[in-house]
Design a protein around this ligand. Sequence first.
Ligand SMILES: N[C@@H](CCC(=O)N[C@@H](CS)C(=O)NCC(=O)O)C(=O)O
Length: 209
Amino acid sequence: MKLYGFGQSRSFRCLWALEEAGIDYDYVPIKMRVEADDPLSAQHPDYLKLNQQGKVPTLVDGSLVLTESVAILYYLGRYAPDAGLLPNASMDVYARLDELMCFALAELEQPLWSNGKHRFALPEQQRIPQMLDTAKFEFAKALACLDRLLPDSEYAVAEQFTIADIMLAHTFNWAIRFEFDVPQRYRALRDRHYQRPAAQRALARIEAS
Ligand SMILES: N[C@@H](CCC(=O)N[C@@H](CS)C(=O)NCC(=O)O)C(=O)O
């Protein structure tokens, strides 16, 4: 299996899951905003053949190419069932897990990405400075809802570490790095899960690349 990624971006979720699952993989560090003729550029024609948007992550497993971080998390969870990243649980527990994955992606990540897009990712003429305050407002609103959705326990669902914990911890780490207001409860969640040996190995991997 081969994962193309960039630092602590969304590809880090997948790198972390690979480490948790104990799967053999190669990691290819992609470069953003460099000339397209750099062989590791996200805009290199060879990379664009895999990921048409020139984004990370991309996971390649034989003829399978996946370019959505959440789909990759589910794939890795199913690929290595013994690692427990997807619980062996009832439909109700799965519904909770899916709800948290969707909530993290649609409600928590969306304002963080708006912040990134309007600060540095969009072409300058497309950036709207007022979006930065709007994003913080939306994030705070989503957090108030998460307070009710997420049980006050060590793990998000099924009393075991799953892809939902990777998703939430990575998203809160993103919020902290972007200097959003993150309550102590969610800072503690990030700290707790980032101390896991697999997360530390994934961090070491990107630092070495
Ligand atoms: N929905 C995709 C989003 C992928 C995405 O936007 N990745 C960002 C990094 S976190 C990227 O590659 N951006 C490149 C750019 O904006 O030029 C996923 O979750 O994998």
